[in-house]
Write a protein that binds this ligand. Structure first.
Ligand SMILES: Cc1cc2nc3c(=O)[nH]c(=O)nc-3n(C[C@H](O)[C@H](O)[C@H](O)COP(=O)(O)OP(=O)(O)OC[C@H]3O[C@@H](n4cnc5c(N)ncnc54)[C@H](O)[C@@H]3O)c2cc1C
Length: 158
C-alpha cells in the first residue's frame, strides 16, 4: 500500500485490517484515548504511567503478546532504582538481588571495589511485567500482541 510521506501504518493482528495513520485522519484510529504510546518497554511504560497519573487517557500498544526474556545486563543503577520507585515499582518485592560491588576480571587477575551507590539486578521479564501491570493499575489501556510496522515511506516507527 502506498502511503503519504510521514504516514504510519497501524496494523492489528489481521494484516488485512492495516490502517494508514496520517495527521489528517488521526480521528479514524480505533482508539478513543488521548495519547497512544507505542512500545511497552521501560520508556513506553514510564511515559504511559506518568501521563495517566496526570489524568490523561492513555493507550499503550505492545508488539509482544506476553512479557519475555530479553538480552539485557539486568543491572539497575541507583538512578534506575529511584525512577522505578517513583513509578511505583518495588523491585525488592519482585525478587531483585542487591549489587554492592563492581568486579573487573581479565585472564587470572581480578580487582573489585564497592559501588558508591545502591544497585540491584532483576530480570527484564520481571521488570517489564511489573511495568505493564503498574501501567494498567494507573488506568492505561494496554493492548498486547499488536504492532505498528514501518511505514511504506520508511519514516514511521519500526
Ligand atoms: C545487551 C544489552 C544489555 C543491556 N543491559 C542493561 C543493563 O544492565 N541495565 C540497563 O539499565 N540497561 C541495559 N540495557 C539498555 C536497556 O535495555 C535499554 O535502555 C532499555 O530497554 C530501553 O527501553 P525502551 O523502552 O526504549 O526499549 P525496549 O525495552 O526495547 O522496549 C521497546 C518495546 O517496544 C516494543 N515494540 C517495538 N516495536 C514495536 C512496534 N512496532 N509496535 C509495538 N510495539 C513495539 C517491543 O516489543 C518492546 O517491548 C542493555 C541493552 C542491551 C542491548
Amino acid at each position: 500500500m502506498l502511503l503519504p510521506e510521514g504516514a504510519v501504518q497501524f496494523q492489528i493482528s489481521d494484516p488485512n485490517k492495516e490502517i494508514p495513520v496520517t495527521t489528517s485522519n488521526l480521528n479514524q484510529i480505533p482508539f478513543e484515548d488521548e495519547v497512544l504510546v507505542l512500545g511497552g518497554g521501560a520508556a513506553g511504560c514510564a511515559a504511559a504511567i506518568a501521563l495517566a497519573r496526570k489524568g490523561r487517557r492513555v493507550a499503550l500498544i505492545e508488539r509482544e503478546p506476553t512479557p519475555r526474556h530479553k538480552v539485557c545486563g539486568e543491572f539497575l543503577s541507583g538512578e534506575a532504582l529511584e525512577d522505578l520507585y517513583l513509578l511505583g515499582i518495588d523491585v525488592t518485592s519482585l525478587g531483585a538481588v542487591p549489587i554492592d560491588y563492581v568486579r573487573l576480571a581479565a585472564a587470572r587477575r581480578a580487582a573489585q571495589a564497592p559501588l558508591p551507590f545502591s544497585a540491584a539486578s532483576l530480570t527484564r521479564k520481571a521488570l517489564d511485567t511489573a511495568l505493564i501491570a503498574q501501567a494498567i493499575a494507573v488506568g492505561v489501556r494496554v493492548e498486547r500482541g499488536r504492532s505498528v510496522p514501518r511505514s511504506a515511506s520508511g519514516s514511521g516507527p519500526s
